[in-house]
Design a protein around this ligand. Structure first.
Ligand code: PMP
Length: 358
């Protein structure tokens, strides 16, 4: 504790993303990055921006990008807010929509660990609701959310990968018409249904997307929120008070081209979904229980081997997977879907580790 810090800094436990070591032959299956790389069109657009325009300030409205996102989702651009990764968009959501006179924010007990971190940062009481024994989210548990500052959940959920159907999401919005419901759809493009379709009927719904996963632009830091013009205006007021440039020029150019390259997007996300379904079968054959995933990762527990030891043995073979030392899930590993060759290397390593352990 420094005597120079603001009062609340001492109690902060910063959110830590997965590690990013730089080692040759490393297979990084720990942070849900996309193995295929960004659209060639996105790379071209960024090169053009580097060559010709960096002398200028970026568009403070990110108008072309917001229009492209709106057109892609069938919305108006006043319904789109962009930020530096969905983490920053979510930070603005916490600041601009969830600070409601000490009212609690409702979320599942197993969820993206960023949410409790941001509750601590802003002093928002965090009220967790247990997932069912099979890790499914029960919409009935959110029926009494009317007094809350808001409701937030990831769909598909992180780190389970399990998805809720649109009827269930609509039910949560309908049961809490005066409460903001934020659905974080970071992984939605890998097979789940997007709640964007519900926006015309639910003014309390905000849907958050990222270009880090299905568009393979984690390094560019682009995310966005979609909702009623009213909710988006709340976020804009926060953003403008901090930094009136939502995204740098390269990010605006690259993101716009990535959104418009539908063919590359479909080809790569379908390859990931196929590899995921095959990996789930292969892991099950090796004695893992694998949760049904709609994301670009699987969440799996071996029936007779300890998760921490498995992760350590994989690390010795330069393969990183993610382990969470949290109640209920401490025997699970979250494994990002790589190329088929990456999955084969992972399975060969696991087979060898399990054979030696016998
Ligand atoms: N939401 C969820 C559920 C995530 O898993 C992640 C990735 N860690 C994010 C949001 C943030 O992604 P980004 O900031 O790269 O857009």
């Amino acid at each position: 504790m420094s005597r120079f810090w603001s009062d609340h800094v001492a109690g902060l436990v910063p959110y830590t993303p997965g590690e990013q070591p730089r080692v040759a032959d490393l297979l990084k299956l720990n942070t849900n990055e996309n193995p295929y790389g960004p659209s060639p069109q996105a790379l071209k657009a960024m090169k053009e921006a580097v060559d010709g325009r960096l002398r200028l300030y970026p568009d403070p409205e990110a108008a072309a990008l917001r229009e492209a996102i709106a057109a892609y989702h069938g919305l108006a651009s006043a319904q789109v807010f962009v930020g530096n990764g969905s983490d920053e968009v979510l930070a603005h959501v916490f600041h601009g929509l969830f600070l409601r006179g000490g009212r609690p924010l409702l979320m599942p007990d197993i969820t993206y660990s960023f949410y409790p971190t941001y509750c601590r940062l802003y002093g928002i009481p965090c009220e967790t609701v247990a997932l069912r024994d099979d890790f499914a989210l029960d919409p009935q548990d959110y029926v009494g959310g009317q007094g809350a500052a808001g409701i937030i959940f990831a769909n598909p959920n992180a780190p389970t990968g399990m998805a809720l159907g649109l009827d269930a999401v609509a039910g949560i919005c309908r049961a809490n018409p005066d409460t903001v419901v934020v659905v974080d759809e970071a992984y939605v493009d890998f097979g789940a249904e997007s709640a964007v379709a519900l926006l015309p009927r639910h003014g309390n719904l905000l849907v958050v997307h990222t270009l880090s996963k299905s568009r393979s632009l984690a390094g560019l830091r682009v995310g966005y929120a979609m909702g009623s013009a009213d909710l988006i205006e709340g976020l804009r007021r926060i953003k403008d008070s901090f930094n009136s440039y939502p995204l740098d020029m390269l990010a605006q150019a690259g993101a716009l081209a990535a959104i418009q390259d539908k063919a590359y997007f479909d080809k790569t996300r379908q390859a990931i979904m196929r590899s995921r379904d095959q990996l789930a079968v292969d892991l099950a054959q090796m004695g893992f229980d694998v949760l049904p995933s709609m994301a670009n990762f699987v969440f799996a527990r071996h029936r007779s081997s300890d998760a921490v030891k498995l992760a350590a043995a994989l690390r010795e073979r330069h393969i990183l997977v993610r382990h969470f030392a949290l109640p209920r899930i401490d025997q699970y590993l979250r494994i990002t879907i790589g190329t088929d060759a990456d999955c084969a290397r992972l399975c060969a390593a696991l087979a060898e580790i399990l054979r030696k352990a016998q």
